[in-house]
Design a protein around this ligand. Structure first.
Ligand code: 3PG
Length: 307
C-alpha cells in the first residue's frame, strides 16, 4: 500500500517524520513529493498510489484519473475546495479533511493581522488598540470560535453570525453575542473576521455593500479564501471610503494595484501562511496519516466530505 504526501507548500520536517512513522508502522510505504512546480510531476507521482495526503494542492479530475489505484484523499486542513469532489465520488475515491487541526494557527494569525492594522503597519506614533472594539465573526466554525475566544481575551466585544448555527445557546455558552442577520453583523464590526469556506454560495459574496455598511475606521480581515471577496467591489468601497482597511492572508489578484492605491490601509501576506506553523502541520499531517490507516484497517470514514 503506497501513501503519497504531495505538498507544493511542504509540511514542517517534524510533521513529515510523524506521518512516516504512522504510515510505516501500519506496514505501508510513504512517498514524498514536495515543492513541486509542475502539474506533470503530480500526475506522475500519483500513478500507483493508494492514498494521497495534500494541503491546498489541486486534486483535479485529471489527477484523480491519473491515480489508477487511488482509494482515499485526505486534505490535511479544513477547506477542501481544492479537491474535485464530483470526480472523486464518481471514481469511488473517499475524500476527507482534518477539521480543527490547524485552526489555532489560523486564529492566531487573524488576531496578529488585526494588531498589525491597528498599529498602522507598525508605524510609530499612529496606532490604536483592539481592546474595547467590536470584533465581528462571519461564520462560527472551528476557526471563528477560536478567534472569538482570543478576541474576548484581548477585551474586545465579540459578535458572530453563522447561517448554519442558529441556536442562540451556542453563542451564549461562549459568552459572545449572536446577531441574526449578516447586515447587522457588518454594521457592528470594527473588525470583521471571515471564516467561511469557498462555496458556490460564498464566492464573491463580500463586496461593496457590506463594506460600505461598516462603521468608520473598520477593518476587514480575511484568513478564509480569496474567492469569497468581490475584489472590484472591495476596491470601489475602499476608494470611496478612505477610512476602510483590508488585511488578508490570501493575496487578491489585484494585490499590486491595491497596495499602490491604498498604502497602509491594505496588507496581504506574501504567501498564505495561516496554517504555516510546526504545530498546525504536525496536528493536521498526523491526523491525515491516522485517518488513512484507520480507513484501510477499520473502514472508518468519520471525516469523509463526499458522502
Ligand atoms: C485550510 O483550509 O486548512 C487552510 O486554508 C490551510 O491551508 P494550507 O494547508 O494550504 O496552508
Amino acid at each position: 500500500m503506497k501513501v503519497l504526501v504531495a505538498t507544493e507548500k511542504p509540511f514542517a520536517k517534524e510533521a513529515v517524520e510523524g506521518i512516516r512513522e504512522i504510515v510505516e508502522q501500519a506496514g505501508y510505504e510513504l512517498c514524498l513529493l514536495e515543492k513541486y512546480t509542475e502539474k506533470a510531476q503530480l500526475l506522475e507521482a500519483v500513478a500507483d498510489v493508494d492514498a494521497l495526503i495534500v494541503r491546498s494542492d489541486k486534486v483535479t479530475a485529471e489527477v484523480i484519473e491519473a491515480a489508477k489505484n487511488l482509494k482515499i484523499v485526505v486534505r490535511a486542513g479544513a477547506g477542501y475546495d481544492n479537491v474535485d469532489l464530483a470526480a472523486a465520488t464518481q471514481r469511488g475515491v473517499v475524500v476527507m479533511n482534518t477539521p480543527g487541526q490547524n485552526s489555532n494557527a489560523v486564529a492566531e494569525l487573524a488576531l496578529g493581522m488585526m494588531i498589525y492594522m491597528a498599529r498602522n503597519g507598525f508605524t510609530p506614533g499612529t496606532g490604536g488598540e483592539l481592546q474595547g472594539k467590536t470584533l465581528a465573526i462571519h461564520a462560527y466554525g472551528n476557526v471563528g470560535k477560536l478567534v472569538a475566544k482570543k478576541g474576548k481575551a484581548l477585551g474586545m466585544r465579540v459578535v458572530a453570525y453563522d447561517p448554519f448555527i442558529t441556536d442562540a445557546y451556542v453563542y451564549e455558552n461562549d459568552g459572545i453575542e449572536k446577531v441574526d442577520t449578516v447586515e447587522e453583523l457588518y454594521a457592528k464590526a470594527d473588525y470583521l473576521s471571515l471564516h467561511m469556506p469557498s462555496t458556490a454560495e460564498t464566492k464573491a459574496s463580500i463586496g461593496y455593500e457590506k463594506l460600505m455598511s461598516m462603521p468608520k475606521g473598520a477593518t476587514l480581515v480575511n484568513t478564509a479564501r480569496k474567492e469569497v471577496i468581490d475584489e472590484e467591489g472591495l476596491k470601489q468601497a475602499m476608494t470611496e471610503r478612505a477610512d476602510l482597511k483590508y488585511v488578508t492572508d490570501i493575496a487578491p489578484v489585484n494585490a499590486a494595484e491595491m497596495a499602490e492605491l491604498f498604502g497602509k490601509r491594505f496588507f496581504a501576506t506574501p504567501k498564505k501562511q495561516g496554517a504555516e506553523t510546526a504545530e498546525a502541520n504536525i496536528n493536521a499531517g498526523l491526523a491525515a496519516a491516522r485517518q488513512i490507516v484507520d480507513f484501510f484497517v477499520n473502514g472508518v470514514t468519520r471525516f469523509q466530505v463526499n458522502k
